[in-house]
Each structure stands twice: as structure tokens, then as C-alpha cells.
Design a protein around this ligand. Structure first.
Ligand code: KG4
Ligand code: ZN
Length: 336
């Protein structure tokens, strides 16, 4: 049984083929980075147009790499929520049309749940129950994961996502786009204790996050209180210290809330996904915390952390219980 999965929730156009084990036979991702870089961030309409252009060649390549034809596909999976609505609609429309013309089931996959499922896919065995953290440009959400399809949200960001904060701080420091990797690079030579930036909601008993106050603190420290135009900072020790101190503040909050969730629910297993997981300092801090807690840490390889269609192998779990999507399936921009 072959599944073809599509993904276009943000700025990656992706298709993957997997079997019901699940075993991934191909995973193709076309980046749109070059289109968005001049604008300093993802432009939703440009993203939708680029998906529209790239999706068919990406599907073609995924089938070719898997060594199968379209007629061999037994079910279509699509990540229909959450994401940029115009972007999501491209793969949702294509998936519905494919399912209808091939007379095969259509399976809707939640993109955030799929980020957690990437850990299951990489582990190659059951990982549930676990605490799950999805930390990307669009999400900072903590889950109590009972099983692959039953994720209970226990906390989320009240304003910016952690990746979004990295992108905005990168702009504040004049480091450019994409922000995360650039701030991390700059932080390598900085002192994480140089500036005492706020750790919002660290002491609060809930599992919500807030990063906008931190972002503003970096802005005022970098440019003063009366900012009208942001000028790039000189490439000196102060800029590196700002980057390192900001990064440490984000890491401290994320790691502590994960630890608290594992302790409170007595589940010593943590699954982490999303683009921010590329950050080596973050990975190191998670590893140190989990080692201390005698907890198991699951982080997929990079190609499964950032947006992709292979993690939609979560569709296999839905297929097993006959949970198929209706032919009028819609794109849903928010996490529900
Ligand atoms: O999961 P992803 O590829 O796309 C979605 O947002 O769904 O995540 C992208 C986010 C961006 O905000 C980017 O700045 C952040 O992940 N990111 C990083 C790093 N690499 C990517 N943040 C911190 N450090 C990094 N090395
Ligand atoms: Zn994502």
C-alpha cells in the first residue's frame, strides 16, 4: 500500500511517498527561500503562487524517487491545518482532485501533530505517551501526547512563536533573513549572561509562553527607547552578546516548561519538532535537562524537523481506523 502525502502550509512545497509500516520511500522538499529573502520574511501570496508552480514537479519527483506511478497510490494524505490559508489551499485542492480521480481515500493530517509524529517516524517504534513540543516559526505549543492521534494541548504561545522571535530579533540586530540560523551563528561568540533579558511566565504554574516582551527588551537594549528606524548594529562583541543573551532566554523558558510538564504528568519522555530544533544550543540544553531527569529525548534528524511531507505518515494511523476526509475538505488556518 502506497501513500502520497502533500504539504504546503508555509514556505516549503513538499511531497512524500510512504508505506503503511510506515516506511518513507521518498521525501521531496522545494524551498522558496530565494523568493522571500528580499522581503525579510515569508510573503503569503508569494508562497501560495510558488506552491502552485512547484507542487506538480515535486509530486512527480517524489513518485520517481519512490519508483512508483500515480496509479499505484492507494491513499492521498494532505496537511490541511494549521498554516497560511492561501498556501494550504494549493495542496488541499490538489489532494482532493487526486483522491477523486484515482478513486482512493483522502486523509487530512494536522501539521502540528505531524511535527510530533516525525519523532515516531525517526524512532521507528512507538513513542507514546510523551510530552511533545512543537517549536517553529508559526508555533510554540506543548502537548500531552496520549497517542499519535490524541494530542492534548497543555500550553501555547500567547503572542510570538519562538522561531518568529528569532526572526524578529535577527532583523533588530541587522542580521537578515532567515533569522534563526543567523542569530545562532552570532550567538556563538557572545556571552549569554551579558544582558539579563526577561524569562516571561517562567515562574507561572501554567504551560503558556510569551516572547514579545523579550523581543521588545532586545529592541530597546539594542537601539534605545525611541526607535524610529532600525539601523544595522556594528559587527562587534555587543551584537554577539545581545544575540547570545536573547537565545539563552528563549532556551531557558522552553527547556524549563518541558521539564515541568514531564514532572507534572509523570511522563519522562520528550518529543520535540519544528525548525527551532535546528539550534544546537537548544538541542544541547534539552539533552542536558533530559539526562538529569533520566528522561528520554526524541529529536528527529533535521530534514524531519523542518517542514516536510514525510511526517504526514501520521495518515497511516488514521487509515488504520478508517478516518477519511470528506470530498469538501477545507484548509483550516488555525490550530484547533
Ligand atoms: O518548522 P519550520 O521550518 O517552519 C515553520 O515555521 O513551520 O521553522 C522555521 C523557523 C523560523 O522561524 C526559523 O527562524 C527557525 O525555525 N529556525 C531557527 C534555527 N533554524 C531555523 N531558530 C533558531 N535557531 C536555528 N538554528
Ligand atoms: Zn511546521
Amino acid at each position: 500500500m502506497y501513500f502520497l502525502a502533500l504539504e504546503s502550509s508555509c514556505d516549503e512545497t513538499a511531497a512524500a511517498v510512504f508505506t503503511e509500516e510506515p516506511r518513507v520511500l521518498s521525501s521531496v522538499v522545494a524551498s522558496q527561500m530565494e523568493y522571500h529573502t528580499p522581503f525579510g520574511g515569508v510573503v503569503p501570496e508569494i508562497a501560495a503562487r510558488a506552491h502552485q508552480q512547484k507542487l506538480i514537479p515535486v509530486i512527480d519527483e517524489a513518485l520517481r524517487q519512490a519508483g512508483i506511478r500515480l496509479a499505484d497510490v492507494g491513499a492521498i494524505a494532505v496537511q490541511n491545518s494549521p498554516g497560511l490559508v492561501g498556501a494550504l489551499l494549493i495542496s488541499v485542492s490538489a489532494a482532493k482532485m487526486l483522491a477523486m480521480t484515482l478513486h482512493i481515500p483522502l486523509i487530512a493530517v494536522n501539521h502540528v501533530a505531524a511535527h510530533i509524529y516525525a519523532c515516531r517516524l525517526a524512532a521507528g517504534r512507538d513513542i507514546f505517551p510523551c510530552i511533545g513540543l512543537v517549536v517553529s516559526g508559526g508555533h510554540t505549543t506543548l502537548f500531552l501526547c496520549h497517542d499519535a492521534l490524541n494530542l492534548q494541548m497543555i500550553g501555547s504561545t500567547r503572542d510570538d512563536a519562538a522561531g518568529e522571535a528569532f526572526d524578529k530579533v535577527s532583523a533588530i540586530l541587522g542580521l537578515g533573513f532567515p533569522g534563526g540560523p543567523r542569530v545562532e551563528q552570532e550567538a556563538r561568540t557572545g556571552n549569554p549572561k551579558a544582558f539579563a533579558f526577561p524569562r516571561s511566565m517562567l515562574e507561572d504554574p501554567h504551560f503558556d509562553f510569551s516572547f514579545s516582551g523579550l523581543k521588545t527588551a532586545v529592541l530597546y537594549t539594542a537601539h534605545g527607547q525611541n526607535v524610529s528606524t532600525i539601523r544595522p548594529l556594528p559587527a562587534d562583541q555587543r551584537r554577539a552578546d545581545l544575540a547570545a543573551s536573547f537565545q539563552q532566554a528563549v532556551i531557558d523558558v522552553l527547556v524549563l516548561k518541558c521539564r515541568r510538564a514531564m514532572r507534572q504528568f509523570r511522563i519522562p519522555r520528550l518529543a520535540v519538532g519544528g525548525g527551532v530544533t535546528a539550534n544546537q544550543a537548544f538541542r544541547g540544553a534539552l539533552q542536558a535537562m533530559c539526562a538529569k531527569e533520566s528522561a528520554e529525548l526524541l529529536i528527529p534528524p533535521m530534514n524531519l524537523c523542518t517542514d516536510n511531507a514525510a511526517m504526514a505518515a501520521l495518515a497511516v494511523e488514521k487509515w488504520r481506523i478508517g478516518d477519511f476526509a470528506p470530498p469538501d475538505l477545507d484548509a483550516q488556518p488555525t490550530l484547533q
